[in-house]
Write a protein that binds this ligand. Structure first.
Ligand code: PLP
Length: 238
């Protein structure tokens, strides 16, 4: 390892440790066990070399939000046994291709995606965990954050539950910018409870990012997705 790589490894190790400590502290506050909350490190915009260092530090789940970038990193890191979470908005014509590397698609937000995802995993003889991305924007206040309206979630969940090769696992959401995350995550918890009533195995709640993971853990998140808290500020989008 070069000196630069060594320094980056130390930096990532320290930041990762700090995020794990934040999750543990939030679990303590909420009377939950840290074993109930899994960490996905969002590596978007960062190079495959960082993914490799993270794998060496015990990270197993990584998240990406753009297909081409995700695919290239998944190929470059194919030897690491990672589970790739697709967390970005997904065009239906890319859905089949995403199933080549994704273990989880967290951003299923419309019925049109279900059949290509199912077809993709079926062709490859794989299984895909899927979450329904839920919009937490106030009704009529769509600010461009993706996600299904809460009222559309049950039909989407049913479609995923019935599709071959696809496992409905639960819900995912991003807190709106203009609201206390705690209130938004409470709404998500209600959507999740309703889904679980129909589909008892769909118990994942993916919520919380670098800035609001404590509020998400307090509201019952089982998966948090942190990028910048582990990897540092993202380079500006080109
Ligand atoms: C980028 C991203 C994250 C991570 O955000 P940070 O604030 O860097 O932790 C989490 N979830 C989604 C859907 C993202 O696009």
């Amino acid at each position: 390892m070069t000196g630069t790589e060594e320094a980056r490894r130390t930096e990532l190790a320290e930041r990762l440790e700090a995020v794990r400590a934040r999750i543990a502290a939030a679990c303590g506050e909420a009377g939950r066990s840290p074993a109930e909350v899994a960490l996905t490190v969002v590596t978007k915009t960062f190079p495959a070399s960082d993914v490799r260092l993270l794998a060496g530090l015990g990270v197993h789940d990584v998240g990406e939000n753009r297909h081409q970038e995700a695919e290239a990193k998944a190929v470059a890191c194919a030897d690491l046994g990672l589970r790739w979470h697709f967390i970005g908005s997904l065009q239906s014509n890319k859905a089949v291709a995403v199933t080549a590397y994704a273990g989880v698609v967290e951003s299923v937000d419309r019925l049109k995606l279900v059949s290509p995802l199912s077809r993709g995993v079926h062709e490859r003889g794989r299984v895909l965990d899927c979450l329904v991305q839920v919009s937490l924007d106030a009704p009529g206040q769509g600010r461009g954050r993706a996600g299904a309206e809460p009222g559309d979630v049950p039909a989407l969940a049913d479609a995923l539950a019935e599709a071959e090769g696809v496992r409905l696992r639960g819900v995912m959401a991003v807190a709106p910018r203009d609201e206390e995350p705690a209130a938004a995550f409470e709404r998500l918890a209600r959507v999740a409870a309703r889904m679980r009533a129909d589909h008892p195995d769909a118990a994942w709640i993916s919520a919380g990012m670098s800035g609001d993971l404590e509020a998400a853990v307090a509201a019952g998140a089982t998966h948090v997705r942190t990028g910048s808290a582990v990897l540092g500020a993202r380079p500006p989008v080109q």
